[in-house]
Write a protein that binds this ligand. Structure first.
Ligand code: PEP
Ligand code: MG
Length: 893
C-alpha cells in the first residue's frame, strides 16, 4: 500500500530531512527536528505524490488517503490529549503548504482549523480570555472563507468597518468579545449570501476543504510566476503539512518570531531575528507591528527601546539559543527558523537553509570552513554562482555627494538609482521603455513580484528585515531599504514625502540597501572589487577548477575590469565594436561607400592606425594571456546611417549625395541579415578588410612586445565559417600579412588562426575544418539561432509562450539546449580533437557566463569559457563547482 502520510512529533518522525522531494522542505525538516528531539507541535505531512495524484485525477485523492489521515490525526490527538471537534478539549490544527523548493508566501495557509460555534467556547475557557477566543474565531472564518471558499477579503473588512462606525468604535482593539461575536454572525450571513451555503461547522469538512485549497494553490498565478522566475518545475507539486496549533497570542508569556542562526545580510556569526510578544506568526512578517529584537546586542545596535527576547523571556531565550545552535551544527548551514512561545513553552515551527545575500553566503561559508564545520570544497559548493552578481554591481561611492532624505533598514545590499514608481505595473512599463525604476510601496506582497523584478531596487515604508520586501529582494539580489517610517506615500497623487521634502512620481531617488539610506537624485557609484571573503572563495574555487575563464572584451576599460575579476585572457574581441568611435565610423562608411577596391583600401588605411593602437592596448592589458581577435562579422549595412539627418550629415562629410547613400544602403539591404552577407563572407568578398585587420593585429602585437618586453599571443578568429575552403582562403590572407609584417618589422609574432563554430554544418564538419583551424570557439548564440531556426532578434515574441506552456524549460539563448545544440558541440569537440589532438576549444557565446551551461561545457571537455567581464567571477565559481561534479542550480540532473 502506498504511504501517503508521514507523521512527526513527540521525539520521533516517519520522515527525515533527506525526504524533501516527497515531504517538501517544510515537512522534511519538521520530521528532522522531531527526530532530533526538539519541541515540534505534532503533526503529519501529506506527500507531494498526493499533489501529483490530485492533478492527474481531476482533483480527487487516492482511496487510502482518508484512512491514513484519520490515523495520523488520532496520533496527534493522543500526543496532545485533545480531540478534533471535541467541545471540551478541542484539537485545532494548521494546514500549510510546503514544496521541495522554498516558495515563501506563494501558496495558501489556513490556521485554527477545528474552530466552530462549539469549540470556540472551549477556547474561551482554555485561554481564560473570551475576547481572544472570538477574535481568533472571526480571523479563522475570514482566512478560511477567503482561501477555501473564495469569499473575497473586502466583504469582511467592510463588515468590520460598518460595525465600528455604527458603534462609534475606532480601532480593532476597541472591540469586545461581545462585539466580535456579533461580527461573527454578520460574517456567517455574508458567507451564506456570497458563497451560497453556510460556513462549514464540521471540523472534518474544514480540514478537507483546507487540504484541497492548499493543493489548489500550487497552481495560483503568483506561484506559477515564482516558479518560472526560479526555474522550479511544475511537476514537483507541494506537500501539505497538518500540525497541532500552538498560540503565540496567549498573553505576555507568549510570543512568536523568526530568526537566522547567522546574520543573513552580512553573514556575521550572531543570532539574528525578530519577535513579537502576544502575536501570531503572520503579524511578524506582515509588517503590521514593528517587531522586537531577539538579542540584547541587536536591540542596542538598532537603538530600539522595545525589550529584546533575551530580557523579556530569558529562560525561553536560553533554550532557543541552544536549539538554534544545535540546528546549525546539525545542518552545517545557516538556518532560518520560525518559533512560537505558548505560555512560556518554546515550540519550533520550521527550520530551513536560510536565504542570504551573496555577501553573507561568502562570509558564512569561509567562516564555517575556518571553524571546521565544512570543508573548503563544500564552502565553494555552498555559493550559488549567479548570486555573486549582487556583489558585482555598483555601490554608492564613499566620497560621493549625497542628499539623504530618510533612513530605513538595510534590507538588501547594493545601491540603485531610478525613477520613483508606486506600483508594479509602472515599474514594468518603465523597464519596457528602457528606463530605471525604484519601486516605492508601503509594504510589498506577492502580487508585486513582477514589479520588483522590473525595478532596480525596492523601498518600503513599513516592515522589518524579514518582511516580504526584504526577503524577496535579497533573493533577487536587488537593493532594498525597508521600514522607512519617516516617508509618507500618497500614491493617488503620486507623491513621496519625507518631512519638508516632497518628491513626485518620476523623480530620481537613490537607495542604498547596505546602509539603509534614501537619497534624492542619482548618486555616483563605486565599482565592485573581488576582495575579502569573496577573494578567498575565488582562490579556493581556482584550485578546484579545470576550465580556464576568459572575457569577451574590446575596450581597455572592459579588459581591465576583466583582469581585476580574474579573467585569464580575452576569448572574444568583437572588432566591429571598435568601428563605432566618432573618428572611425567616418572611415568605415567611406569604405562601404567606395566604388572600388582602391577606394576601399584608401578608407581602410585610415582605420588601420586606430585598430593597431586598440589591439596594442588590449595586448598590454592582457600581457601574458591569450587574446582572441575576431575579424569583422556583422553585415556592412549596420554601419550606415539610418535617419535622414544622419544621412545628410554623412553625405556632406563624404562628399557624396544623400541619394547615393540611400542607394548604397538599399543595395546592402537583406531579408535575413543574420544569414546574409556577414562573417567570413565579407573577408572573402573584400580581402582587403581582413588584410587591414590582420596587419593591425600584427603591428599592434609588435608595438606591445616592444613596450612590455613580452610577446603577445594573438589568436585570430574567423567568424561564421560553414565550409573548410572559407577558412583556408581567409587563413591564407592572414598568413601572408604575418609574413609581410615580420619582414617589415623584423619581429615574428607567434599566432594561431582558428574559427568560430557557430553553424551546424561547421559543427558536423569539424574534423575537416580542424585540419586548418588551430582552435575552435563555439559561438553558441549563432549556433542556437541556426540549430533551432529561432532568430536571436525575434525570439522575444514567442519564446515566452513556449516557456509558459512548458514546451521549452528555459530560454535556449540564456542556458544552452544541452540535448540539441549541446550535441552539436559534442560532435564538433570529438571530430575536431580527432583531426587535431591539441586543438584548443572554447566557447564565447552568452552561455559562457551561465552557470548551468558551464556545467555542460565542463563535461564536454572544453578548455575555456569566455564571458562578459562582470560574469568572470561567476564563471570561475561555476567552473569549480562543475569540476567537482556539483550541478548548478537549474541544471538538469
Ligand atoms: C556567437 O554567435 O555566439 C558569438 C559569440 O558571436 P556574436 O554574438 O558576435 O554573433
Ligand atoms: Mg556569432
Amino acid at each position: 500500500m502506498t504511504k501517503w502520510v508521514y507523521t512527526f512529533g513527540d521525539g520521533t518522525a516517519e520522515g527525515s530531512s533527506q525526504m524533501h522531494a516527497l515531504l517538501g522542505g517544510k515537512g522534511a525538516n519538521l520530521a528532522e527536528m522531531a527526530n532530533l528531539g526538539l519541541p515540534v507541535p505534532p503533526g503529519f505531512t501529506i506527500t507531494t505524490d498526493v499533489c501529483a495524484y490530485f492533478y492527474a485525477n481531476a482533483k480527487t485523492y487516492p482511496a487510502e488517503l482518508k484512512p491514513q489521515i484519520d490515523a495520523a490525526l488520532k496520533q496527534i490527538e493522543t500526543i496532545t490529549g485533545r480531540t478534533f471537534g471535541d467541545a471540551q478539549r478541542p484539537l485545532l490544527v494548521s494546514v500549510r503548504s510546503g514544496s521541495r523548493a522554498s516558495m515563501p508566501g506563494m501558496m495558501d495557509t489556513v490556521l485554527n482549523i477545528g474552530l466552530n460555534d462549539a469549540t470556540v467556547e472551549a477556547l474561551v475557557k482554555d485561554a481564560g480570555d473570551a475576547r481572544f477566543a472570538y477574535d481568533s474565531y472571526r480571523r479563522f472564518i475570514q482566512m478560511y472563507s477567503s482561501v477555501v471558499l473564495g469569499v473575497a477579503h473586502h466583504h469582511f473588512e467592510e463588515a468590520i468597518e460598518i460595525f465600528k462606525e455604527d458603534n462609534s468604535l475606532n480601532l480593532d482593539t476597541d472591540l469586545s468579545a461581545a462585539d466580535w461575536q456579533k461580527i461573527i454572525s454578520i460574517f456567517k450571513t455574508k458567507i451564506a449570501e456570497v458563497h451560497g451555503s453556510p460556513f462549514p461547522q464540521e471540523p472534518q469538512a474544514q480540514l478537507w476543504g483546507a487540504i484541497a485549497a492548499v493543493f489548489g494553490s500550487w497552481h495560483n498565478p503568483r506561484a506559477k510566476i515564482f516558479r518560472q522566475l526560479h526555474n522550479i518545475p511544475e511537476s514537483w507539486g507541494t506537500a501539505v503539512n497538518v500540525q497541532a496549533m500552538v498560540f503565540g497570542n496567549m498573553g505576555d508569556t507568549s510570543a512568536t518570531g523568526v530568526a537566522f542562526t547567522r546574520n543573513p545580510s552580512t553573514g556575521a556569526k550572531e543570532l539574528y531575528g525578530e519577535f513579537l510578544i502576544n502575536a501570531q506568526g503572520e503579524d511578524v512578517v506582515a509588517g503590521v507591528r514593528t517587531p522586537q529584537n531577539i538579542t540584547e546586542a541587536a536591540r542596542i545596535a538598532a537603538g530600539s527601546v522595545q525589550p529584546s527576547m533575551e530580557t523579556a523571556l530569558p529562560d525561553v531565550f536560553d533554550q532557543f539559543v541552544a536549539v538554534a545552535d544545535q540546528l546549525e551544527r546539525h545542518y552545517r548551514d545557516i538556518q532560518d527558523v520560525e518559533f512560537t512561545v505558548e505560555r512560556g513553552k518554546l515550540w519550533m515551527l520550521q527550520t530551513r537553509g536560510a536565504k542570504r545575500t551573496a555577501k553573507a553566503a561568502l562570509r558564512a561559508a569561509v567562516e564555517m570552513a575556518q571553524e571546521g564545520l565544512i570543508s573548503q570544497q563544500e564552502a565553494v559548493l555552498r555559493i550559488e554562482p549567479g548570486s555573486l552578481d549582487q556583489l558585482l554591481h555598483p555601490n554608492v561611492a564613499p566620497e560621493s555627494e549625497r542628499d539623504v532624505i530618510a533612513t530605513g533598514l538595510p534590507a538588501s545590499p547594493g545601491a540603485a538609482s531610478g525613477e520613483i514608481v508606486f506600483n508594479a505595473e509602472e515599474a514594468e512599463q518603465l523597464r519596457s521603455a528602457g528606463r530605471k525604476a525604484i519601486l516605492v510601496r508601503v509594504e510589498t506582497s506577492p502580487e508585486d513580484i513582477h514589479g520588483m523584478h522590473a525595478a532596480q531596487g525596492i523601498l518600503t515604508t513599513r516592515g522589518g528585515m524579514t518582511s516580504h520586501a526584504a526577503v524577496v529582494a535579497r533573493g533577487m539580489g536587488k537593493p532594498c531599504v525597508s521600514g522607512v517610517g519617516a516617508l509618507r506615500i500618497d500614491s493617488e497623487r503620486g507623491i513621496l514625502s519625507a518631512g519638508p521634502v516632497t518628491l513626485k512620481r518620476g523623480d530620481i531617488v537613490t537607495i542604498d540597501g547596505t546602509s539603509g539610506k534614501v537619497m534624492r537624485g542619482a548618486i555616483e557609484m563605486r565599482q565592485p572589487e573581488v576582495s575579502g571573503e569573496f577573494g578567498t572563495i575565488m582562490q579556493w574555487a581556482d584550485k578546484l577548477r579545470r576550465l580556464r575563464v576568459r572575457a569577451n572584451a574590446e575596450t581597455p576599460a572592459d579588459a581591465e575590469a576583466a583582469r581585476r575579476f580574474g579573467a585569464e585572457g580575452i576569448g572574444l574581441c568583437r572588432t566591429e565594436h571598435m568601428f563605432f568611435g566618432a573618428a572611425r565610423i567616418a572611415a568605415v562608411r567611406e569604405m562601404i561607400l567606395a566604388e572600388d577596391e582602391k577606394g576601399r583600401r584608401a578608407a581602410l588605411a585610415k582605420l588601420l592606425p586606430f585598430q593597431r593602437s586598440d589591439f596594442a592596448q588590449l595586448f598590454e592589458i592582457m600581457s601574458g594571456f591569450p587574446v582572441t581577435i575576431r575579424l569583422l562579422d556583422p553585415p556592412l549595412h549596420e554601419f550606415l546611417p539610418h535617419t535622414p539627418e544622419e544621412i545628410a550629415e554623412v553625405a556632406k562629410a563624404a562628399g557624396v549625395t544623400p541619394e547615393h547613400i540611400r542607394h548604397r544602403a538599399e543595395e546592402l539591404q537583406e531579408f535575413n541579415p543574420m544569414l546574409g552577407f556577414r562573417g567570413c563572407r565579407l573577408a572573402i568578398a573584400f580581402p582587403e578588410i581582413a588584410e587591414m585587420q590582420a596587419r593591425a593585429i600584427f603591428e599592434g602585437a609588435v608595438d606591445a612586445k616592444r613596450k612590455t618586453g613580452q610577446a603577445p599571443a594573438p589568436e585570430i578568429m574567423v567568424p561564421l565559417v560553414a565550409i573548410k575552403p572559407e577558412l583556408d582562403v581567409v587563413k591564407a590572407i592572414i598568413d601572408k600579412v604575418a609574413e609581410a609584417v615580420a619582414a617589415e618589422t623584423g619581429e615574428m609574432i607567434a599566432y594561431t588562426v582558428g574559427t568560430m563554430i557557430e553553424l551546424p554544418r561547421a559543427a558536423l564538419k569539424a574534423g575537416e575544418i580542424a585540419e586548418t583551424a588551430e582552435f575552435f570557439s563555439f559561438g553558441t548564440n549563432d549556433l542556437t539561432q541556426t540549430a533551432l531556426g529561432i532568430s536571436r532578434d525575434d525570439a522575444g515574441t514567442f519564446l515566452g509562450i513556449y516557456i509558459s506552456k512548458g514546451l521549452l524549460a528555459r530560454d535556449p539563448f540564456a542556458t544552452i539546449d544541452q540535448q540539441g545544440v549541446g550535441e552539436l558541440v559534442e560532435i564538433a569537440v570529438e571530430r575536431g580533437r580527432k583531426a587535431r589532438p591539441d586543438i584548443k576549444l572554447g566557447i564565447c557565446g552568452e552561455h559562457g557566463g551561465d552557470p548551468a551551461s558551464i556545467g555542460f561545457f565542463e563535461r564536454a571537455g572544453l578548455d575555456y569559457v569566455s564571458c562578459s567581464p562582470f560574469r568572470v567571477p561567476i564563471a570561475r565559481l561555476a567552473a569549480a563547482q562543475a569540476a567537482v561534479g556539483g550541478l548548478a542550480p537549474g541544471e538538469d540532473s
